[in-house]
Design a protein around this ligand. Structure first.
Ligand code: COD
Ligand code: ZN
Length: 366
């Protein structure tokens, strides 16, 4: 079985034969059909997200259940599934209060590159290969906990189904679940990548009257309009704060979303939020980075500054819902897929991601 393995940070992934253990109790094996290439995978390659190597990356994926371990009840062989990289334990404090995105069990292993029990199912010559926590979708097959395999409708192309697992739920959820954007409000999204495009269409779904897309790539900015952006700002040409004030009667926006993961753009998101508005940070910075914002503004402008992880979603409920919204024509998934790659072309996919060429590049396993 072939998988793409990262052996050392900063290097290309190597396509090689990897052994995969049979699913243990409560686990399922998935024959992968499609996997999205997300910036978070690139964060690992660039050593910004400190997961151990060697590792099979990839956390946005879909496929068909091919084998189930003892006791598995929620999926069966033949089911189409989209994978979930934050499976909830349903026992910890956060799962109990209805915040599975903050599950303590999932957090514990989030930087371990393993399954929930701290072990991994991939190996080469008896030597363990890590996996993107609970997933590892850049592989012809993967083994995941039952709660990481969410059954989905069978009439959706796999490359679209793959996207709900990260960029769609993260972007749409930040807007719908975390910010709860109100109809008629003003929204800015900094970073028009796979996740940012979904924040934009989430804002359109909520009925925002003004949606300002901010990026540094003109072609991407142009494309945001078909997802509902009403204004675009090229951050490499204009001062973002003044440009946003210009189009919002000097107020700033009701809601600003940072979808890149850089301290400068996080501060920018806060600074373009109007008094009493809300700033939502979606992008993940390196663990040691800090943001500088004006301390006086905290009490004097009473803005809400918060974060959003996995779009504050609940995958087993939200994936099917997001795919239904797509089937109803209310959520665009087709135009998110800019280019299809084979597993062998994965490094080209990462080069294109770095160059900002795609909304989403997706690997098809055939
Ligand atoms: N100003 C404006 N836009 C910029 C700037 C800038 N200074 N710098 C870069 N950009 C743009 C790029 O041109 C690009 O279009 C966009 O920002 C980033 O998009 P992508 O496609 O590279 O990245 P995504 O959308 O795949 O992922 C971005 C996240 C930040 C959401 C992701 O990397 C992340 O940090 N996720 C949050 C943590 C998380 O949930 N991780 C686990 C799974 S994602
Ligand atoms: Zn992702």
């Amino acid at each position: 079985m072939k998988a793409a393995v990262l052996h050392n940070y900063g290097q290309e992934l190597k396509i090689e034969d990897v052994e995969l253990e049979e699913p243990r109790k409560g686990e399922v094996r998935v024959k992968m059909k499609a996997a999205g290439i997300c910036h978070s995978d690139l964060h690992v390659i660039d050593a910004h997200l400190p997961l151990p190597v060697p590792i099979v990356l990839g956390h946005e994926g879909s496929g068909i259940v091919d084998a189930v371990g003892e006791g598995v009840a929620s999926v069966k062989v033949g089911d189409h599934v989209a994978l979930n990289w934050v499976p909830s334990c349903s026992k910890c404090y956060y799962c109990k209060i209805g915040r599975p995105d903050m599950c303590d069990e999932a957090s514990k292993i989030s930087l371990m590159g393993t399954m929930l029990d701290g072990t991994t199912r991939f190996s080469v010559d008896g030597k363990a290969i890590h996996q993107f926590p609970l997933t590892g979708t850049f592989s012809e097959y993967t083994v995941v906990p039952e709660s990481a395999a969410i059954p989905i409708r069978k009439d959706v192309p796999f490359e679209l189904a793959a996207l709900v697992g990260c960029c769609v739920i993260t972007g749409v959820g930040a807007v719908v679940n975390t910010a709860k954007v109100k109809a008629g409000s003003t929204v800015a999204v900094i970073g028009a990548g796979g996740v940012g495009f979904n924040a934009i269409q989430g804002a359109a779904l909520c009925g925002a009257k003004q949606i300002i897309a901010i990026d540094i790539i003109p072609e991407k900015l142009e494309m945001t309009r078909q997802f509902g952006a009403t204004h675009t700002i090229n951050a490499s040409e204009k001062n973002v704060v003044s440009a946003v004030l210009d189009v919002t009667d000097g107020l700033g926006v009701d809601y600003a979303f940072e979808v890149i993961g850089r301290p400068e753009t996080m501060a920018q998101a806060y600074n373009i939020t109007r008094k009493t508005g809300m700033t939502v940070i979606v992008g993940l910075p390196a663990p040691n980075e800090n943001v500088t914002i004006n301390a006086f503004s905290l009490p004097s402008q009473t803005k809400t500054l918060t974060g959003s992880w996995l779009g504050q979603g609940n995958p087993s409920v939200d994936y099917p819902k997001l795919l239904d919204l797509n089937a109803a024509g209310k959520l665009k998934l087709e135009p998110l897929v800019s280019k299809i790659y084979s597993l062998e072309q994965i490094n080209e996919g990462f080069d294109d991601l770095k160059a900002g060429k795609n909304i989403r590049g997706v690997i098809r396993f055939d």
